[in-house]
Write a protein that binds this ligand. Structure first.
Ligand code: FAD
Length: 392
């Protein structure tokens, strides 16, 4: 019988895995993708939508190519449960699917009740940490803010989705304010002790915005009040005009309730040679849902790379062969510091047999020296290429 792989989640990890399983098996393996959203909306570049420099339509793409060009069967539905023993996935409206191998790339969900006052109030206090309606909502609130207003951005303790993402957002919002509402301010409340990515570069850019960006480390949220848009810290209570809280997060719910091994109850532990959840045969997990290896970011680029390692290993395992004993993955994260100037960080991670996980390769990768428009062009090309790599 033909092998059947079910993929849950059509984001950076899942869509890439679905396409590459079909491409590399030359159509010999059946692939079903279960995705709750009708189309793909990219988090990368979404901060430019918040700043008013891009439209949501420009970061939205269809799943049609995966179906027509690659023969992936798409089920537009919610996966509700997994039975790893019986090798089945239950869905909300499309019945139960049997699989030979399962790929889970559900991204993140927010920790329930981590910030008292937040639950149920994401209209008043947007996160915009999943791209789509939330991105547009935050954009509208920024537009509606009066000159002289305070945009408060709260960053949770690491690890979180996209280490440079919040700092990029602070810069892009400040860029919009400098041009349109120069008496306003971006107040960055970081639960961490320092900037989590490209530290010296972001610190310099923040400085360049003069008083427009104020960065306050060690500022963990105690609670929020939606009615007054206030943030409660240990020693302070801050009223915001726009309150953008990125909540503490964990692996997507379908992964955390599937009985997979979790670090801190939040992130899935995998065998890095096959991307299988440790001790759970046949369930391969990718992307943001993972307990990361050393210095490995939760990024779209990295999820795309996990997907290729998993797709190759799955095809090996289905053929009764051993997987590649030394996979190498890489990452580049570009960050806009205004509407067109960009900085990047890059790294290469090679599987270390003794440590049984990918380790950053010394001397590979690196950082920008300064922000530049040339890198702005690279960043937009990177996005176009990775969207094509996963969907076209
Ligand atoms: P996702 O891409 O989130 O995909 C998960 C998918 O699973 C979603 O489509 C979801 O609807 C679906 N899903 C979840 N559960 C279910 C279920 N039960 N049933 C059906 N479907 C389900 N990364 C970069 O590399 N470069 C960048 O420049 C960059 N910029 C960013 C900027 C911002 C503002 C943010 C928020 C993130 C950014 N990232 C960037 C990070 C990147 O978006 C994530 O790392 C990436 O999306 C992770 O891929 P994933 O497959 O793990 O999850």
């Amino acid at each position: 019988a033909r092998a059947h792989v079910v993929v849950v989640g059509g984001g950076f990890g899942g869509a890439t895995a679905a396409k590459y399983l079909r491409m590399w098996s030359q159509g010999e393996v059946d692939v079903t993708l279960v995705e709750r959203n009708a189309s793909f909306v990219s988090c990368p570049i979404s901060n430019l939508v918040v700043g008013g420099y891009r439209e949501l339509a420009g970061i939205t793409a269809s799943y049609a190519g995966l179906q027509s060009k690659w023969g992936v069967r798409l089920i537009n539905d919610e996966a509700t449960a997994i039975d790893a023993g019986k090798r089945t996935v239950s869905t909300a409206a499309s019945g139960t699917l049997s699989y030979d191998r399962l790929v889970l790339s559900p991204g993140i969900d927010f920790l329930p009740n981590a910030v008292p006052g937040l639950e149920g109030n994401f209209e008043r206090i947007p996160h915009a940490w999943k791209a789509g309606p939330q991105t547009v909502l935050l954009r509208r609130q920024l537009q509606d803010m009066a000159d002289g207003g305070v945009f408060v951005l709260h960053i949770p303790k690491a690890p979180f989705r996209c280490p440079p993402g919040p700092y990029e957002r602070a810069c892009v919002v400040a860029s919009y304010l400098r041009r349109h509402k120069p008496r306003s301010k971006v107040l960055v409340l970081d639960a961490n002790g320092e900037i989590q990515s490209k530290k010296a570069l972001f610190a310099k850019v923040f400085e360049g915005y003069g008083g427009l960006i104020e960065y306050v480390p060690n500022s963990e949220l105690r609670s929020v009040d939606a009615a007054t848009r206030s943030a409660e810290l240990e020693f302070d209570r801050i009223r915001a005009d726009v309150l953008n809280v990125i909540p503490p997060m964990r692996a997507g719910t379908i992964a955390t309730k599937a009985g997979l091994p979790l670090s801190n109850g939040r992130w899935v532990d995998v065998d890095w040679l096959t991307m299988e959840a440790k001790g759970v045969a046949g369930v391969h997990v990718l992307g943001d849902a993972l307990q990361p290896a050393p210095a490995m970011p939760k990024s779209g680029h990295m999820a795309n790379q996990h997907a290729k390692v998993a797709a190759a290993a799955i095809l090996n395992l289905l053929a009764g062969e051993a997987p590649n004993p030394a996979p190498v993955v890489m990452n580049t994260c570009y960050s806009f510091v205004d509407d067109r100037n960009v900085i990047h960080i890059a790294s290469v991670h090679q599987y270390d047999a003794a440590k049984r996980q990918p380790i950053p390769v010394e001397g590979a990768g690196g950082l920008s020296t300064v922000a530049s428009e040339a890198e702005g062009r690279f960043a937009l090309a990177w996005a176009k290429n990775i969207w094509a790599d996963m969907l076209a």
